[in-house]
Design a protein around this ligand. Structure first.
Ligand SMILES: *[C@@H]1O[C@H](CO)[C@@H](O)[C@H](O)[C@H]1NC(C)=O
Ligand SMILES: *[C@@H]1O[C@H](CO)[C@@H](O)[C@H](O)[C@H]1NC(C)=O
Length: 418
């Protein structure tokens, strides 16, 4: 009879032991102990700004932080691979506090993201030890101090976005040599110094807008598609742009670049956003004849070219007549506006044409056509009386319709002696 109960006993025992091991397994958090300690230190140095509830799911007694903590993703080995701090929702005020050096214990991390908030203090240089990092994005906070030079040793770093903080110091020279770096966004900081001489990283996107970077533009890799160095203290020629045949967006405005505009820029039909305004550029506008006789016009739908507030001289060439939004104002342009522009404005190809504050002597009005309502055309403060009713200027153009005759005679005189 005892025999009959034996299997049953065994089964009970088996059931019990399986159950116990399942329980034991569930009680051990499914995350490495080092990573759990690091997450705890990271949480201790940050707080939700009232209205943000990011850390509400970070319960350190929870059985499975890898699946229950918002912003935490684990890979195999129960190690944290992606950490997104904050929600990035537009109605969330984000986090305050600082970034803990304990981040450097998450050694399998491939992506570190900090969403907009009020996080202060430095970027922990120890992050440079996380050699698996591919993405570092710490934007729109109040981070101070330098970009850690230790980032220059991250072999797989693909995207570095530190925009809209209060970072100071210069760009570490090793950063622009990183073999995997494709996207570097350091805009809206207080970076100083010159750009590293060697930019060997095969960058696609480089945005340094609104810093205090000085010096010349170095040679950049021909892979660059998006380039902005707008609103810095840079100077020298724009010659380095000549090799950038993949550009689709270029903004070097509000610096002190000088010399001629590289005409090769206009040979690239995909470069349809071109901002060169408020520099010391001189020389003439590109002309199709000088460049490539088969390439007749530049521009097209959605194109925008701003060359305003420079020292560009000579006649307006017909070359830019196909541009949709064109700013040539505040230069030293002379002569009569070519018919090609007048035609473009009247048929709606060109929607904005600002020519004010030059030394232009004529705008050949077509007989019997009316200007489309959608066109913004400004001709004021030139060496002509703008045709009545067609010139619509921004307030910055001032109220004087024409330039004083005394300033115009200089150019007329020069024209007649040449
Ligand atoms: C990293 O983890 C180790 C072991 O848990 C710990 O002793 C050390 O303090 C941690 N480092 C940081 C920077 O918190
Ligand atoms: C740019 O032009 C301004 C005004 O002519 C001049 O004062 C300044 O020295 C120029 N800067 C450079 C770097 O050429």
């Amino acid at each position: 009879m005892a025999y009959q109960y034996q299997p049953c006993f065994f089964l009970l025992f088996l059931l019990f032991s399986v159950n116990a091991s399942v329980l034991a397994f569930q009680q051990r958090p499914k995350i490495s102990a080092v990573d759990l300690a690091a997450l705890s230190a990271i949480k201790d140095s940050l707080t939700d700004i009232p209205g943000s509830r990011f850390f509400s799911t970070w319960d350190f007694t929870a059985p499975d932080p890898c699946s229950s903590f918002t912003g935490v993703t684990c890979g195999f080995n129960d190690r944290v691979t992606i950490l997104s701090l904050g929600t990035g929702l537009s109605d969330s005020p984000g986090l305050a506090g600082s970034l803990s050096p304990a981040l450097s214990n998450l050694t399998q991390l491939t992506q570190l993201i900090l969403f907009p908030g009020l996080v202060t203090g430095p970027i922990p240089p120890q992050l440079g030890q996380l050699t698996s990092l591919r993405v570092i994005s710490l934007t729109n906070n109040r981070l101070t101090g330098p970009i850690p030079p230790s980032f220059s040793t991250l072999p797989f770093l693909h995207t570095l976005d530190l925009s809209s903080n209060r970072l100071t110091g210069s760009i570490p020279p090793g950063l622009t040599k990183l073999p995997s770096l494709k996207v570097m966004v350091l805009s809206w900081n207080e970076l100083t110094g010159e750009l590293p001489r060697t930019v060997s990283a095969q960058l696609l996107h480089l945005d340094l807008k609104k810093n205090k970077i000085s010096g010349p533009l170095p040679r950049l890799p021909s892979t660059v598609r998006y380039l902005s160095v707008s609103e810095n203290w840079m100077w020298g020629p724009l010659k380095a742009l000549e090799s950038l045949s993949e550009l689709v967006y270029l903004d070097v405005s509000m610096n002190q670049f000088s010399g001629p505009i590289p005409s090769s820029l206009f040979l690239n039909p995909s470069l349809t956003s071109l901002f060169l305004q408020r520099n010391n550029l001189s020389g003439g506008l590109p002309s199709s004849i000088k460049m490539d006789p088969t390439f007749q016009s530049y521009g097209g739908k959605g194109s925008i070219v701003d060359l305003s507030h420079n020292f560009i001289t000579g006649d307006i060439t017909p070359f830019l007549a196909g541009v949709e939004t064109l700013f040539l104002n505040n230069n030293h342009l002379t002569g009569s506006v070519p018919e090609e522009y007048v035609k473009s404005v009247y048929d709606g190809t060109t929607k904005t044409l600002y020519l004010q504050h030059n030394y232009l002597s004529g705008f050949p009005l077509p007989q019997g056509s009316t200007l489309p309502d959608t066109v913004s055309l400004c001709l004021s403060y030139n060496c002509m009386v703008p045709p009545v009713g067609i010139s619509a200027c921004p307030a910055s153009a001032g109220s004087q319709p024409s330039r004083p005759q005394s300033q115009c005679s200089v150019f007329t005189h020069r024209g007649s002696t040449n």
